[in-house]
Write a protein that binds this ligand. Structure first.
Ligand code: ATP
Ligand code: MG
Length: 631
C-alpha cells in the first residue's frame, strides 16, 4: 500500500493554481487587480501570443519592499487582510494571498519592484527566489512568461492565440470599466490596442462600449440608504442579440450574479423583445460587510446578506430610469423594425391606435407607464387564448373589452392592480355576483396583485392564483389535446423572420416534419434566417421567434425519432411556457374570470407543468383565525 506523505510546496501550489489560473486571462486579472490594489494611477499591459507567451504588467503603485518580495510569492501571504474581521469587510480586490504563488508555480515569473522611498528597485526570480538589484523608476513590473511550461497537461487546454487574446481583452475591459480614474494601456504583440487616459465614467464607458451605446443609454444614479446603483443602461433600441455587453460591478468587482442579472432582466421584461438583450455597465456599491466575496475561486460570484432588498432596489432603480426615458416607446419601434415581431403578435388583435408614437404622445398620462400598461393590456390573456377558446369556455366569457377601452387613459395605472377598463377600484365589488356559487368553484376575480397573482372571491373565501403558472398549465393541456389530432394552424399575415445559428438552422431542416406536425410552418429565408409562416392557433399570439429558438435548442439535442415520441410533452411544455401570459401583464376583470373558468375546465389545473401549485384557498375561517375574530 502506498505510504502517506506530504506534497512538495511546488506541487501544492500547482494544484492550487488549477483554481486560480485557468488561462492567460486569469493571470492578467490577478496581476491587474494587484496593481489596482497598490493604488496605481497608470497601468501598462503588454501581451504576447494571446498572453500565453508573455504577460507583462507595469504599474506605478506603492511597490513591494525588498524583504517582502519573497513573501509576495508565498501562498497565504498577503498585506490586505490580517484577521476575520478584515475578511468580512474586505475593500481590496485581493485578500487570499494566493494569486502570485499560483502564477509562479505554473509560469516563469519575475517581480521587479521599487517600494516608496527605496533607493532603487529589486527583482525576484520566481523559480529560485533569488533577489538582485534592478532599475525601475517606481511601482512594480510583473512579468509572467510561458504559461504552463512545466504542466503540459494543462497547456493542452489552451485555445488558439486569438481566443486567449480575446479573453484577456475582455478581462482588461472589466478592470478599465471599473476604474476610469486609472490610466490604462494594452498592447498585443507590440501593437497598442487600448490607450485609455484617466477619465470620468461616461468617457471611459464611451471609449470601451462605443459612443453609440452611450447615445442610446440612460445614465442612472440612485441610492437607498447604504445602497447605491450608478452607471449606464441601454434603451431597448440599442438591444443586442447576445449578452456580451453586460457589465455589473459590485464594489468595483466584476461579478456574474444570478440575483442581479435577474433583477436587471426583470426591469427590461416589458420593454424588450424576448430574444434581445440589454447592454449595460452598472455599479452597485454597498457596505462591504453586506457582501461576501469569498465564495468563488475567481471571485466572480458574491453572496449578499440582504439579497431580497438588493434585488428590489436594483429592479426599481432600473425600472424607474428606463421609464423616465421613454423606453417603452423605443422598444415598440425597435420590435417592429428589427424583428418583424409585428407579425408574431396577431396584427388583427391590435388596437387601432397602437402605432408607434412619438415620445409623450399621450397627453397627460405619464408617457412610459402608460405605454407599458398598454403593452401589457394588448398582450393580455384574451390575446393569448381568445382565438383558441373552446365553446364551453366561451359561454362563460364576459365580453372582451374593446381595444380602445383597454387603451383608455384610466388603464394606464402604474400599479398592476388594474380594474376593468375605466372603472374606479371601489366599483369592482358591485360587479361581483352577490353569492359566489358552486358553478364557479374558483370564484370571481377581485383584482390582480403586483401583476403576478389573481385575487378572487369564492363561496369559501379568498382564492389566490398564480397567473402565469395557471395559464401555462391550461395551454399545455390544450396543446396536448389539439396535437393528438391535426393541429389547427394560424397563418401569419407577414412571416416572422428571425436569425438563427448554423446549428439551429440544421435542426430546423432536420425536424421540419416534427415541427409541421405541431403546426409550425418554417422555411429558410437566408443563410442564417428562418421564416415562420404559420403557427398552431393556440400559440398565435406567443412571441414566435423566442418560442422557436427554444424549441430548436431542444430539438437539436435529440434525434428526430426520439423527439416525436418520448420528448413531445417536454416540447409542449416549452411551448406552453413561452405561450403563457407573462407575469406583470395587467389583466382586466373579465380576462381574469375567463382564466378562472378555463382552470376549472382543465384537467390537472392545480399544478403547473413544473409541479408548482397554481392556486390556493384562504377560507373565511383562516382569515377569521388570523384576525382573531370571534375569539
Ligand atoms: N503590483 C503590486 N504592487 C504592490 N504590491 C503588490 C503587487 N502585487 C502584489 N503585491 C503584494 O503581494 C501580495 C501577494 O499578492 P497576491 O496577489 O498573491 O495576493 P493578494 O492580492 O493579497 O490576494 P489574492 O490571492 O486574493 O489576489 C499582496 O498582498 C501585495 O502585498
Ligand atoms: Mg492579488
Amino acid at each position: 500500500m502506498p505510504s502517506i506523505h506530504l506534497l512538495s510546496d511546488l506541487l501544492i501550489n500547482q494544484i492550487a493554481a488549477g483554481e486560480v489560473v485557468e488561462r492567460p486571462a486569469s493571470v492578467l486579472k490577478e496581476v491587474l487587480e494587484n496593481a489596482v490594489d497598490a493604488g496605481s494611477r497608470a497601468i501598462d499591459v503588454q501581451l504576447e501570443q494571446g498572453g500565453v507567451r508573455r504577460i507583462r504588467v507595469a504599474d506605478d503603485g506603492c511597490g513591494i519592499a525588498k524583504d517582502e518580495l519573497a513573501l509576495a510569492l508565498e501562498r497565504h501571504a498577503t498585506s490586505k487582510i490580517a484577521n476575520l474581521d478584515d475578511l468580512e469587510r474586505v475593500g481590496t480586490m485581493g485578500f487570499r494571498g494566493e494569486a502570485l504563488a499560483a502564477i509562479a508555480a505554473v509560469a516563469r515569473t519575475t517581480l521587479t519592484s521599487r517600494a516608496d522611498g527605496s533607493a532603487h528597485a529589486w527583482r525576484i526570480d520566481g523559480a529560485d527566489r533569488s533577489v538582485a538589484p534592478a532599475a525601475l523608476g517606481a511601482g512594480t513590473v510583473v512579468d509572467v512568461a510561458d504559461l504552463y511550461y512545466n504542466t503540459p497537461a494543462r497547456r493542452k487546454f489552451l485555445k488558439s492565440e486569438s481566443t486567449e487574446y480575446a479573453h484577456c481583452d475582455e478581462m482588461f475591459r472589466r478592470v478599465a470599466l471599473a476604474r476610469p480614474d486609472i490610466g490604462l494601456q494594452l498592447a498585443h504583440n507590440g501593437r497598442v490596442v487600448h490607450r485609455l487616459p484617466a477619465a470620468d465614467h461616461a468617457r471611459r464607458v464611451g471609449a470601451l462600449m462605443g459612443d453609440d451605446f452611450l447615445a442610446q443609454a440612460r445614465a442612472l444614479d440612485a441610492d437607498a440608504g447604504p445602497l447605491r446603483l450608478s452607471g449606464f443602461a441601454s434603451l431597448p433600441a440599442y438591444s443586442r442579440a447576445s449578452r456580451d455587453a453586460q457589465y455589473f460591478f459590485v464594489n468595483g468587482r466584476f461579478v456574474r450574479d444570478k440575483l442581479l442579472t435577474h433583477a436587471v432582466r426583470q426591469a427590461y421584461t416589458d420593454i424588450l423583445h424576448g430574444n434581445r438583450h440589454p447592454a449595460y455597465v452598472l455599479f452597485l456599491e454597498l457596505d462591504p460587510a453586506g457582501v461576501d466575496v469569498n465564495v468563488h475561486p475567481a471571485k466572480i460570484e458574491v453572496r449578499f446578506r440582504e439579497a431580497r432588498a438588493i434585488h428590489q432596489f436594483v429592479f426599481h432603480a432600473l425600472t424607474r430610469t428606463l421609464a423616465e426615458s421613454g423606453a417603452g416607446l423605443a422598444s415598440r419601434d425597435e420590435a417592429a423594425a428589427v424583428t418583424t415581431a409585428s407579425a408574431a403578435y396577431a396584427p388583427a388583435a391590435r388596437a387601432p391606435d397602437e402605432r408607434p408614437r412619438p415620445f409623450g404622445g399621450y397627453g397627460n398620462a405619464p408617457p412610459v407607464q402608460g405605454r407599458l400598461a398598454m403593452d401589457s393590456a394588448s398582450r393580455s390573456y384574451f390575446d393569448f387564448v381568445g382565438t383558441a377558446r373552446e365553446p364551453a369556455g366561451a359561454a362563460n366569457l364576459a365580453p372582451a373589452p374593446t381595444p380602445t377601452a383597454s387603451a383608455a387613459p384610466q388603464d394606464f395605472r402604474p400599479t398592476a392592480f388594474a380594474p376593468a377598463a375605466g372603472r374606479p377600484i371601489g366599483a369592482i365589488a358591485t360587479s361581483l355576483p352577490q353569492h359566489a356559487d358552486d358553478s364557479a368553484p374558483l370564484g370571481y376575480a377581485l383584482g390582480q396583485l403586483h401583476g403576478i397573482y389573481i385575487l378572487a372571491q369564492n363561496a369559501k373565501g379568498l382564492v389566490l392564483v398564480d397567473m402565469h403558472a395557471a395559464h401555462e398549465r391550461i395551454l399545455y393541456e390544450k396543446l396536448k389535446t389539439v396535437l393528438d389530432g391535426t393541429p389547427s394552424v394560424q397563418r401569419l399575415l407577414i412571416p416572422a423572420v428571425f436569425s438563427v445559428s448554423a446549428k439551429d438552422m440544421a435542426a430546423a431542416e432536420d425536424c421540419a416534419d416534427v415541427l409541421a406536425g405541431m403546426g409550425f410552418e418554417i422555411a429558410p429565408a437566408g443563410p442564417q434566417e428562418l421564416a415562420v409562416r404559420a403557427v398552431p392557433v393556440l400559440l398565435a399570439n406567443a412571441p414566435v421567434a423566442e418560442l422557436l429558438r427554444k424549441l430548436l435548442e431542444e430539438l437539436r439535442e435529440y434525434p428526430a425519432s426520439e423527439v416525436v415520441t418520448a420528448r413531445r410533452n417536454e416540447l409542449l411544455a416549452t411551448m406552453a411556457c413561452h405561450g403563457a401570459v407573462r407575469a406583470h401583464r395587467s389583466l382586466t376583470i373579465p380576462e381574469m374570470n375567463a382564466l378562472l373558468r378555463d382552470m376549472e375546465a382543465t384537467e390537472r389545473a392545480d399544478q403547473c407543468n413544473h409541479g408548482r401549485p397554481t392556486w390556493t384557498q384562504l377560507t373565511m375561517g383562516d382569515l377569521d383565525r388570523f384576525f382573531m375574530r370571534g375569539q
